[in-house]
Design a protein around this ligand. Structure first.
Ligand SMILES: NC(=O)c1ccc[n+]([C@@H]2O[C@H](COP(=O)([O-])OP(=O)(O)OC[C@H]3O[C@@H](n4cnc5c(N)ncnc54)[C@H](OP(=O)(O)O)[C@@H]3O)[C@@H](O)[C@H]2O)c1
Length: 290
């Protein structure tokens, strides 16, 4: 079996990738969360440490890489710009360089937040226009990685959800509030294309199978507002006492500015064989674990 190195295997998406990559021998990296440490194929690495990254590639000699480690919360990036730059930009560039040295494919999990949210749906060829530091750093990582290695696959991921045992997605805090009857304020003017963690992992692995190169949009099948997502969650989970209040982005103060409509055109991914489930259907398949 060929060896797949998954960075950020202890994170939400990393867990799905390691579960889905059944045709690979998977080596996963983690840093602060040792929840995958029981696996003999997991290694602790601080990816902001250049020597440690070099050592990782020398020791593991992977046949392919999925780089999913990141400071993934836009507000945290805005509040910790240096850390965001180190992990979201510099580490990504170094990983592309290591992959170039080995001449192996490198899948990078970028984000729809490289766009400003005013010109949706976005295609792969559209110019980036980030409005927060997370998006800016993802955009820098993309260009730097693509310039360093021709076998880089930049996958722009949408808002993801699921029931990974390792880390939570945006639906867990929603569900917690909905089940306890606490007020949940949900934006009516923030539009995203939610994608299940399982489908996201399948899409990422598909790009390796298909030897794709360049930028690819892996959006979910439909655009939904956060408010619409909350209503579907209530319906699928059969929650009686839910207290959802519609609101606008402008009503809530946050560290990072938020793009409004981040719908992506995923025509190329669909042609490649990407088959994402819609939000309701995907929730139904994981309902018992929520
Ligand atoms: N979740 C979404 O909705 C979404 C949407 C668009 C794009 N993305 C992108 O998709 C990727 C995965 O996101 P996610 O939601 O799975 O993120 P996550 O749950 O926050 O996991 C982040 C992962 O990165 C690792 N990490 C962070 N700093 C590190 C460091 N200095 N050295 C080594 N590892 C480090 C973490 O390791 P430890 O926890 O062990 O420290 C963890 O495994 C990210 O690139 C993110 O930007 C996510």
């Amino acid at each position: 079996m060929q060896k797949l190195l998954v960075t950020g295997a202890s994170g939400f998406l990393g867990w799905y990738i390691t579960e889905a990559a059944t045709t690979w021998q998977v080596i996963g990296t983690y840093w602060h969360h040792r929840n995958i440490a029981q696996s003999p194929y997991s290694v602790p690495v601080d990816l902001t440490n250049q020597q440690a990254v070099q050592q990782l590639f020398q020791d593991q000699k992977p046949d392919a890489v999925v780089h999913a480690a990141a400071l993934s919360q836009p507000n945290a990036c805005q509040q910790h710009p240096n850390l965001s730059y180190k992990i979201n930009v510099l580490a990504a560039w170094q990983i592309a360089e290591e992959c170039a040295r080995l001449d192996i494919p490198c899948v990078f999990t970028s984000s729809e937040q490289v766009f400003d949210g005013t010109q949706a749906p976005y295609r792969e060829i559209d110019p980036v226009s980030p409005i927060n530091l997370y998006g800016e750093h993802k955009a820098l990582a993309e260009t730097g990685m693509l310039a360093r290695h021709r076998k880089v696959i930049v996958c722009r991921m949408p808002l993801m959800f699921g029931a990974a045992p390792t880390a939570s997605s945006f639906i867990q805090p929603f569900i917690q509030r909905l089940r306890t009857g606490e007020q949940l304020q949900a934006f009516t003017d923030e539009i995203r294309m939610p994608l299940s963690g399982w489908d996201a992992a399948q899409g990422l692995l598909l790009t390796l199978e298909q030897k794709y190169q360049g930028i690819l949009h892996l959006g979910g099948p439909a655009s939904l507002s956060r408010f619409a997502m909350a209503k579907i969650l209530v319906e699928v989970l059969g929650i009686d006492q839910a207290n959802i209040t519609p609101c606008k982005q402008a009503d809530v103060q946050m560290a990072a500015p938020r793009p409004q409509n981040l719908a992506m055109d995923n025509t190329i991914a669909l042609k490649l064989g990407f088959k994402p489930q819609d939000f309701r259907s995907a929730l139904l398949t994981i309902r018992d674990r929520l």
